[in-house]
Structures are given as C-alpha cells and as structure tokens.
Design a protein around this ligand. Structure first.
Ligand code: ZN
Length: 355
C-alpha cells in the first residue's frame, strides 16, 4: 500500500500544474521576445501555421493566471494573442502574426529577479539576406581629415528588456541608468572631432553578451565600452570600478577562437583585415596571441585613464584597473573595458541618477 501511495504521489507531483503568471513582450530592431513567467518548469512545443500566419505555443499541464492585454502589439510581428485550453491539462497560446516568423524557444531557470521563464524569440522569416559585412574604414567627411578615419567607439549599455540588471535604492533599474549614461557619452563623443559613437543597444531590449561583441565588430569599432551600475547586499558599498579582461579569460578565449573555424575566418578584420583561416595552426595561434595581448594592453591603458578621470568626479572602488573574465570583454581585436559607474544599492550614489 505504501508503495502504491508513493507511486501515486510521484504521478500527481509530475502532473503538477505550472502557473503562467505573466507575459511580457519586448521589441528589438531585429527580433521580438515573448517571455512567459512560470512558477515551475513546464514542457512546451511551438509550431507555425500559415495563411494566415500564426504561431502556436503549447505548454503542457499549465494554467493561465494572467490577462493577455497591455502587450505592445501595435508594432512588431505579433498582431494579437489568443489562448485556449488543450486537452484536459494543456494551455494553447496562439499568436496572430503580421508576417511569417522564424521562432526559437527555450526555458530559463530562475535568477535573482525572476522565477522560471519560457522565452520565445521571433525573427522575421522573409528577411533578404544581407551580403556579409566587409571590413572597411568608415570615413565621415565632416569630421575627419582626408585619409584618417574617425575613431569608432562602441558604447554598450548593459542589460535591457527582460534583464533589468541590478535593482537599486528606490527601485531604480540598472538597465535604465546605464542607457542614460550611454546616450550622454554618445552625445558627448558626437561633439568631439575625430570620434564616432555607436550604441550597441538603442532601446529597452536584451542583447546576448556575445552578440554585443559581434555588433561592435560589425560596426568596425576601435574601442568597446560596456557601462554598468552595480548593486550589493550592503547599502554601504560604493565607488566606481573599471574592468579589463583577465589573462586567463584571454587565453581561454584565444583557444575558443582557434577552435572555431567560422570565427577565425573573420578574426582581426577590425584591425588589418587579416584572416586566420588560410594560416597554419601554429602561425594562427601566434597571430591571435599577439592580437589578444595588444588588445589587453590597450584595454588596461584605456581603463587606467578612464579611472584617473573618474577619480575627479566619483569615489573609486580601487585605484587600478581590475581584471575579470567578462564575456563582453572578450573581443580579441578590440580593446574593451567595462565600467561599473557606481552602486545603485548605495542611497547617496543612487541619488546621483537624475535622468
Ligand atoms: Zn550590470
């Protein structure tokens, strides 16, 4: 009898319902992201239907506890969202689409801010493929003297969309604070002769960390600056820090690039249009190492001068550039720094965010 009970318990546990507690929609320039908030992990399937274009999302053993309204469907591929039950225990969500989409879906485990999530990314299907980006100097006649091109600085506002980053004193969101700082920095650079700013993220949407470095490379960036604003459990933590890639992070990244043929074919395009795919393995390794070492050296130098300037306006956490294996700092050919501008969890530093 005990065994029967135990088995019954396992069965009832395994068909425990997942509650869909919320639904959020974010639009990025090249895709849209739909996020379901769940109280536990649930199995799901997605499949598209045509004429008219729809996307069906089936979530097993789940209940919808939220209303499907106030979603920003005025723009983007989703026209409207409907739902119904499927079988006895399933939930079916139907997206009515303006255009055919290429969907990708995956579950996300809980993190500090959210419980279980199911993410559905929609990419336009009929997008004509653009020819591969060829590295070429960008010359802005207004600002540069003949033969010299502007220095392109990629500014990466951390987090975005689904990922708010740190939530600071008074409920202030890191993603918003760093976006404002990024825009101010871009506006400042616009006024400087010989510089050109490129915002990696232009609105409130999420971009993967690797994708951020890819976008920097696509825009031929000479420097990459990622902007963050920390939070810590103690409200006393304060000060700014600047990070460059760690030596260990650089070595493991070099190995990764060499192992990836697709990567190595466009490597170092930003600096001298030097491709590694026709080089002997040993030579490719040496070239990559030289490029990484040079980038890291420049990152440390750049970081130190940023720290020195920031020392005048903000309290510094440390006087020297710190090093860590942050993914956004791993471009082998673009000097990159990550700036933790301050602690949002510190009331007096959070108060400096008058945006
Ligand atoms: Zn951050």
């Amino acid at each position: 009898m005990r065994i029967v009970l135990a088995v019954l318990m396992i069965v009832t546990q395994s068909i425990a319902f997942a509650d869909v507690q919320g639904l959020r929609l974010w639009h990025a320039p090249e895709s849209s992201r739909l996020v379901f908030d769940l109280d536990r992990r649930a199995e799901h399937r997605i499949f598209p239907l045509s004429s008219p274009n729809r996307l069906v999302i089936d979530i097993d053993n789940s209940k919808l506890l939220t209303e499907l309204k106030d979603l920003p469907t005025q723009t983007g591929p989703i026209k409207s969202v409907r739902w119904g039950t499927r079988g006895k225990t399933g939930l079916r969500i139907v997206l009515d689409l303006r255009e055919a989409v290429e969907p990708k879906s995956f579950p996300l485990a809980p993190n500090k801010q959210y419980n279980h999530r199911l993410v559905v990314d929609l990419y336009p299907k009929n997008k004509t493929l653009k020819p591969a980006v060829v590295s070429k100097p960008v010359i802005d006649d207004k600002k540069s003297t003949k033969g010299n091109r502007n220095i392109i600085i990629a500014i990466d506002a951390g987090h975005g969309g689904e990922d708010p980053g740190a939530i600071g004193h008074g409920g202030i969101y890191e993603k918003k604070v760093v976006m404002s700082i990024a825009k101010k920095l871009a506006a400042y650079l616009k006024k400087e002769k010989g510089f050109q700013a490129k915002l990696i993220r232009t609105g409130d949407y999420y971009i993967g960390l690797r994708e951020r470095t890819k976008r920097a490379r696509k825009s031929n960036a000479d420097l990459f600056i990622s902007i963050h604003a920390d939070a810590f459990s103690s409200p006393k933590a304060k000060g700014s820090s600047v990070f460059a890639l760690s030596q260990r992070g650089a070595s493991s990244e070099a190995a990764r690039w060499l192992a990836d043929k697709e990567n190595s074919s466009d490597l170092i395009g930003g600096v001298g249009a030097l491709s590694l795919d026709d080089k002997e393995d040993v030579l490719a390794g040496v070239l990559l190492d030289l490029s990484m070492t040079a980038s890291l050296g420049m990152s440390l130098e750049l970081g130190q001068s940023v720290l020195n300037s920031m020392g005048g306006v903000s309290k510094l956490h440390k006087r020297k550039v710190e090093q860590a294996a942050f993914a956004v700092l791993k471009s082998p050919d673009i000097p990159s720094v990550l700036i933790e501008t301050g602690f949002l969890s510190n009331p007096s530093e959070a108060r400096k965010c008058h945006f």
